[in-house]
Write a protein that binds this ligand. Structure first.
Ligand code: SF4
Length: 229
């Protein structure tokens, strides 16, 4: 993680972290940007979030927008129709059940439409400055398995495994570091192992198998766990 900390310095922050930094950790904006970010390029997420927040920047204001308007504002994020419905429903619930504020517990956050553990953990880390959560998306899942830190089949399983093997001080930044690495170096297909600053620490589990999977998300093969952070 220390090698990674130095290596990511030259790369852009992932979109949600960028929005969080720009919006002084507004829990609402982090929540909505994270909802929009699933299966969407960072630049698209950033542009869509910016358009939406320019039109409406509170749960009350977004809840009043027609779904069609939200669709137009967030297009072309992936699954924009579903996400527009989730964004509106989410804002209505924030207003009716949580007094217009984003709740600060994982249990409450996952009751919101479209919000799973990944989104909830990221909101807690970025907006509530939690040091007790690890946010695992597909990059964190893939790279943790390639490195040999965990041997898991799904992101939720990876999250639980990382709580056991990762040093506690790194929990809040694992997502930022590995997402940055996953977007720039340890890509799903054809990872740039030759240019990788953490190659000496990596077991490269399943990497050779991923080279023929052009256009598909690589899922590491299960294998006996050999190392930790
Ligand atoms: S050595 Fe290759 S597989 Fe391992 S982290 Fe670096 S890019 Fe990813």
């Amino acid at each position: 993680m220390r090698s990674l900390e130095r290596a990511i310095a030259k790369y852009d922050l992932p979109a949600v972290e960028k929005i969080s930094a720009a919006q002084a950790e507004s829990a609402f904006q982090v929540l909505i940007a994270t909802l929009l970010s699933a299966r969407t390029q960072d630049a698209t997420t950033h542009a869509a979030s910016t358009r939406l927040f320019q039109r409406a920047w509170t749960p009350q204001a977004v809840a009043k927008l027609p779904v069609r308007d939200i669709e137009r504002l967030i297009y072309p994020v992936g699954f924009y129709r579903t996400k527009a419905r989730h964004v509106k429903a989410c804002c209505e619930i924030l207003v009716s059940r949580f007094g217009g504020r984003v709740p600060g517990t994982l249990e409450e956050l996952v009751t919101l439409p479209g919000v799973g553990r990944k989104t909830a953990n990221l909101v807690l880390i970025l907006a509530f400055r939690s040091r007790e959560n690890i946010c695992v998306d597909i990059h964190v899942h893939r790279i943790s398995n390639r490195l040999g830190w965990v041997t898991t089949l799904a992101p939720d399983e990876t999250e639980q495994a990382l709580y056991r093997v990762a040093g506690r001080r790194w929990w809040p930044v694992i997502n930022q570091y590995l997402v940055t690495w996953g977007q720039n170096v340890c890509r799903p297909v054809s990872p740039r192992c030759g240019d990788c600053a953490i190659a000496p620490h990596c077991q490269k589990i399943g990497v050779e198998d991923s080279r023929h999977l052009v256009g598909a998300e690589h899922q590491p093969r299960p294998r006996a766990k050999r190392g930790t952070t």
